[in-house]
Write a new protein. Structure first.
Length: 382
């Protein structure tokens, strides 16, 4: 069901102004092909109809960047147009990056995916004796039994380097919901625990490891898990309110939740991560994973009961859509929505992020996916 919110004259005028500005000089990187332009016209129409504050998106076809696009404002009423270089909070799309880091350590022989968590983190203790059997693989699959986070305390963010370890090892809730490996329950806490695993095994702070081993090799120059490092000129503001859009009270950042939720990047950089994975773990001569490791990461292991066509892989959900196998992850936090969808068989993918949590991300994804499929069928891989 679509929602058509009521807006003040001032709000509508602001939206109309930025829409006209973007129509004249859009934040758009074009590749040849009418299908690509048609897809983004369709997405812009959805954004205009629902008065979405802004969004950015991109597509990769045949392992190569085909299109990036930005529409709307960094902050409603500011007149500052979004660009493809604008940095957004991507929420749970952080998790595929954490899974990539864990697979790097496994590939290097530094971490056994079936090792017990307590053997990797000797200081990890809880009153629930079942915690002793949790494995790294179960954390990746959300089958560890750890609960989800209930309060991220975006209004009381912690920034010190010890905040993640302090949260995971002493302050987080750890009474298990079920015996490890017997069921599946999405757990942000599980991925925060993986962040501490990365620190323990690598000897580096979580953010430093991610920068040195993923962002720098892929030349993702505007990407970070540490929000204070985002340049002011690239920042976007999150918005909430279905009927009266307003800036979120607190930007969704707290260092203790970095691995599960605090990826900040733009569509230009996201395209490089997508291309690397679709090209078997390498881009421009730099390799972040072996192709066999990428395949392992994307292999469904746990059948998600509500859908026989959907399975949980390590850091990803794998499913069949329109006869195509896709791997994907969505994100949603205060003020932001995001989606990352890949078609490994076609070496293609799409990624969308909005600084408006009321954005109908599912409708955006359906329109973009239809455009991507049309592009492939009309032009073939480029």
């Amino acid at each position: 069901m679509n929602c058509y919110p009521a807006y003040s004259v001032r709000t509508l005028a602001a939206i109309a102004t930025v829409t006209l500005t973007l129509a004249i000089s859009p934040g758009l990187a074009r590749a040849e092909g009418d299908q690509d332009e048609a897809m983004f016209r369709a997405l812009d129409a959805i954004a205009t109809r629902d008065a979405v504050v802004g969004y950015a998106a991109g597509i990769v076809v045949g392992g190569q960047l085909a299109y990036t696009h930005a529409f709307g404002e960094k902050e409603l009423g500011s007149g500052a147009a979004l660009e493809t270089g604008s940095v957004f909070h991507w929420a749970s799309v952080s998790k595929p990056f954490v899974a990539t880091a864990i697979m790097q350590l496994s590939e290097a022989g530094r971490l056994d995916l079936d090792a017990r968590l307590v053997d990797v983190l000797p200081d990890y203790k809880t009153s629930d004796p079942r915690h002793a059997s949790i494995t790294i693989r179960q954390l990746l699959l959300h089958t560890s039994g750890l609960p989800d986070v209930e309060d991220y305390q975006w209004d009381h963010p912690q920034y010190d380097p010890q905040s993640l370890g302090r949260w995971v090892l002493s302050e987080s809730p750890r009474d298990l919901l079920f015996d490890p490996g017997s069921d599946r329950q999405y757990s942000n806490l599980g991925y925060e625990t993986l962040g501490v695993v990365i620190e323990q095994v690598s000897g580096l702070e979580f953010e430093t490891y991610m920068t040195r081993n993923i962002f720098e090799p892929l030349r993702m120059t505007d990407t970070t898990f540490y929000y204070p490092d985002v340049p002011e000129k690239l920042r976007t503001t999150g918005h909430t309110g279905a009927e009266d859009r307003r800036v979120v009270e607190h930007y969704p950042y707290n260092r203790r939740h970095a691995p599960s939720s605090t990826l900040n990047t733009n569509v230009n950089d996201m395209a490089r991560f997508v291309m690397a994975l679709l090209n078997g773990g390498q881009l421009d001569g730099f390799r972040i994973l072996k192709s066999t490791t990428v395949d392992q990461m994307w292999t469904p292991i746990w059948v998600i009961q509500e859908s026989p066509f959907r399975g949980a892989a390590m850091g990803w959900v794998v499913e069949e859509h329109s006869g195509r196998n896709i791997v994907r992850h969505f994100g949603w936090d205060d003020g932001f929505r995001s989606a990352l969808i890949l078609l490994p068989g076609e070496k293609s993918g799409l990624f969308i992020v909005s600084n408006d949590e009321t954005a109908q991300i599912g409708e955006f994804v359906r329109a973009a996916f239809a455009g991507l499929v049309a592009t492939q069928e009309s032009d073939g891989p480029r």
